[in-house]
Design a protein around this ligand. Structure first.
Ligand code: C5P
Length: 219
């Protein structure tokens, strides 16, 4: 591995993306949002009318994703799809295609290439266990499903005593279950990862905690 990597894994809506991006910004390292690659693959397959059960066809698309990460925007075939890949529909489809071994294999090198260009903070499900096993720091970031659902609802402006909130909570639980129980690269804490539970922490406190862990391992 040419450059150092900080790997941050955790369940959906645990805030990994926000934390990883802020840690990267502070250290002036690159940021790899690996989930975006799975989301992009799902969106592209849907747009191209490819059957999501067809593992070979989806893997082929993943291998040749015409994606560009540019100034915080994600371009697929030249169109800005930054918002399109974040819908609940694409979240569930991404989780579905992420269970296909050939799709994961197709995206593996693409993810590793990020660390050949510069130091990187990578977030996902298997950054520490599969993609960057030699990461200098491994963090498993979590929070209770209830707290994660509340954070998501707040972002979307949804009240907590509504059916919509219950739907968000149940989608999060469904995705957790899928990510944890799939046979290939299931979501699990690496043996050498530091567990950070952000249930009672603010974003800034969580970022500070990760930076603190990094300072300790760098010594
Ligand atoms: O992290 P995010 O919610 O954007 O990821 C979308 C989906 O992609 C997840 O539900 C998960 O199934 C999958 N994923 C994965 N491995 C990663 C990152 C994401 O399987 N490293």
């Amino acid at each position: 591995m040419a450059y150092p990597v900080i790997a941050i894994d955790g369940p959906s809506a645990s805030g990994k993306g926000t934390i990883a991006a802020k840690v990267a910004e502070t250290l002036q390292w690159a940021y790899l949002d690996s989930g975006a690659l799975y989301r992009l693959t799902a969106l592209y397959a849907k747009e191209q009318g490819v059957d999501l059960q067809d593992e070979n066809a989806v893997a082929e698309l993943a291998l040749h994703l015409p994606v560009m990460f540019h100034c915080g925007e994600i371009l697929l075939n030249g169109s800005n799809v930054s918002a399109d890949i974040r819908t609940e529909e694409i979240s569930l489809l991404a989780s579905q295609i992420a269970a296909l071994p050939k799709v994961r294999q197709a995206l593996l090198q693409r993810q590793r290439d990020f660390s050949r260009a510069s130091a990187v903070v990578a977030d996902g499900r298997d950054m520490a266990t599969v993609v960057f096993p030699e990461a200098v720091l491994k963090v498993f970031l979590t929070a209770t499903a209830q707290i994660r659902a509340e954070r998501r609802a707040k972002q979307l402006g949804i009240a907590l005593n509504t059916a919509q909130f219950q739907q968000i909570l149940s989608d999060i639980e469904k995705r957790d279950e899928k990510d944890k129980t799939r046979p290939v690269a299931p979501l699990k804490q690496a043996a050498d990862a530091h567990l950070v539970d952000s249930s009672d922490l603010t974003i800034d406190e969580t970022v500070a905690k990760v930076l603190d862990l990094y300072r300790q391992v760098k010594k």
